[in-house]
Design a protein around this ligand. Structure first.
Ligand SMILES: Nc1ccn([C@@H]2O[C@H](COP(=O)(O)O)[C@@H](O)[C@H]2O)c(=O)n1
Ligand SMILES: C[C@@]1(CO)OP(=O)(O)OP(=O)(O)OC[C@H]1O
Length: 158
């Protein structure tokens, strides 16, 4: 078994929606990002890559590379899923926490779980998406941006 953790933050920017866990969620702002700015998937990819000691998302999909401009973050997750399988592992479980005052994540959590499970080729029961505010404190509390944390366990296929 191997464990990994990931964390990502994106600043809010002018826009009308967020991509979170592959879901398009209408919002008062978008985020500043090179890709679609999906903090849920970015934190999850970093946790998965960390579990395999393969570096981080920026190493595999550099923000300096125009190929990833406005990229669908689910493409990153699919590529990482391939790395996991190629090394003889599968996702045992993943637990993700989204940190923001708004939007409310609860109504979208199951749809995100379904997207992530599909991309990782596991049952949705292995994927958890939950959320917290920071009680109006700090960068997320002031509504300056959105953050996500992920912890994963990989199981050997042997
Ligand atoms: N963006 C968010 C933040 C929170 N939730 C849900 O509300 C519960 C209470 O949040 P606190 O930060 O006040 O503890 C939390 O446990 C989540 O269920 C949410 O859906 N979206
Ligand atoms: C996702 C990538 C893709 O270039 O860029 P961003 O969308 O800016 O996201 P971030 O988490 O800041 O950096 C990781 C990059 O790999």
């Amino acid at each position: 078994m191997r464990i990994g953790q990931g964390f990502d933050v994106h600043a809010f920017a002018p826009g009308d929606h967020l991509m979170l866990g592959g879901e398009r969620i209408a919002h008062t702002h978008g985020v500043a990002a090179h890709s679609d700015g999906d903090v849920v998937i970015h934190a999850l990819c970093d946790a998965l890559l960390g579990a395999l000691a393969l570096g981080d998302i920026g190493r595999h999909f550099p923000p300096s590379d125009p190929q990833w401009k406005d990229a669908d973050s689910r493409d990153f997750l699919g590529a990482v899923a391939g790395m996991i399988e190629a090394r003889g592992y599968r996702v045992g479980n993943a637990d993700i926490t989204v940190v923001c005052e708004r939007p409310k994540i609860g109504p979208h959590a199951d749809a995100m779980r379904a997207n992530l499970a599909l991309d990782l080729n596991v049952d949705a029961s292995r994927i958890s998406v939950k959320a917290t505010t920071t009680e109006r404190l700090g960068l997320t509390g002031r509504g300056e941006g959105i953050a996500a944390l992920a912890v994963v366990l990989l199981e050997s296929l042997d």
